[in-house]
Design a protein around this ligand. Structure first.
Ligand code: PBG
Length: 329
């Protein structure tokens, strides 16, 4: 009988030893909470496919923001959900200073703007009647360059509402550069861009569509990427960094850990990953059936995304995870 000379189990013996040698630690400040503000609500409303996530009223948004900040989250990402009367073919209420997104950004900045980072999703899909991320050409395709013009103006409106960071998420070619130049020209040199550089056209955004009451006709495969591609993702990231992106993002997160790792290797700007609605919903649904340990999977997925190379994570669990993590380390 021979015995092992090396015993990795020695460092797994107690909780204190295990904690000491953990290579990856998720901190509350790594997490960004996405929030939905729905126009005209007096009471928050549940979203069926996103249990625990709300369409907020202005009042409940402020409350959720304070809870997140008390838990130590690193930032808030706001999505505006206009009522149907405020949707049109060009998504003009997204650019309106009195539109629901900019109203919400001003509320968040006034409420918790000193304590955390206020971000807004810069995209037209919530505001268009057809649900696409840009304006349509006569042949029904999304017109890249006509959309860019609107993104530039939308970014400026968001900066004027006080956003610290704008997140161009529409996957139009050249969007980061156009938004950067528009911000600079309007005197907002210090507003940052978090570029949704790598965004896959997959099936994981289903519950989000319910959250923003999307009226999407067709799909987004002519502008979002094929799940099959990683070299193309690196190309997108390099273009965005060259256009001035301050941070880059990969989305979704868990099915694309290899992409996160490749992006981390390639560029030196902060890398974010978005644990999207479908990732969250799958875990909530399985936990609801009693098939998995909800909080265990929550923290394991976030640890995995960070281990892969994302230093910032957007997750609908941000507040709860931050509370759990505070107790852990
Ligand atoms: C675009 C946007 C989407 C999401 C974030 N920003 C929708 C899409 O690309 O279809 C999805 C986020 C999620 O599923 O949680 N405004």
């Amino acid at each position: 009988m021979s015995f092992p000379d090396v015993r990795p189990r020695r460092l797994r013996r107690t909780a204190a030893l295990r904690r000491l040698v953990d290579e990856t630690r998720v901190a509350p400040a790594d997490l960004i909470l996405p929030l939905f503000l729905k126009q005209g609500l007096t009471e928050p409303r549940a979203i069926g496919s996103l249990p625990g996530v709300l369409q907020h009223s202005r009042e409940s948004l402020r409350k959720a923001a304070h809870e997140a900040v008390s838990a130590g989250v690193g930032g808030l990402m706001l999505f505006g959900v206009p009522d149907t009367a405020h949707k049109d073919a060009t998504g003009s209420s997204g650019l309106d200073p009195e539109g629901i997104l900019n109203v919400g950004l001003r509320d968040l900045v006034a409420e918790v703007g000193e304590a955390t980072v206020i971000m807004g999703d810069l995209c037209l899909d919530e505001f268009t009647t057809h649900g696409h991320c840009g304006v349509l050409a006569p042949d029904g395709t999304v017109d890249n360059d006509a959309t860019l013009e609107l993104y530039g103006r939308m970014g400026v409106a968001m900066a004027e509402a006080g956003a610290h960071v704008v997140g161009p998420s529409g996957m139009m070619d050249g969007q980061v550069g156009v938004v950067r130049r528009a911000l600079d020209a309007a005197g907002h040199q210090n507003v940052s861009t978090l570029a949704y550089s790598v965004k896959y056209a997959g099936a994981f955004y289903g519950p989000f569509r319910e959250a923003v009451e999307s009226s999407l006709q067709g799909d987004r495969r002519t502008y979002q990427q094929s799940p099959a591609n990683v070299r193309e993702a690196l190309r997108e990231v390099e273009l965005d960094v060259a256009e001035g992106a301050d941070m880059v993002m990969v989305k979704p997160a868990l099915p694309y850990l290899d992409v996160i790792a490749a992006v981390r290797e390639r560029v030196d700007v902060p890398v974010a990953a978005y644990q999207v609605s479908g990732e969250y919903a799958m875990v909530e649904a399985a936990a609801e059936k009693g098939w998995i340990d909800r909080q265990g999977v929550m923290l394991e997925t976030l640890t995995s995304i960070k281990r892969a190379g994302a230093q910032i994570m957007l997750t609908y669990w941000a507040t709860e995870a931050a509370q759990l993590l505070r107790e852990r380390y």
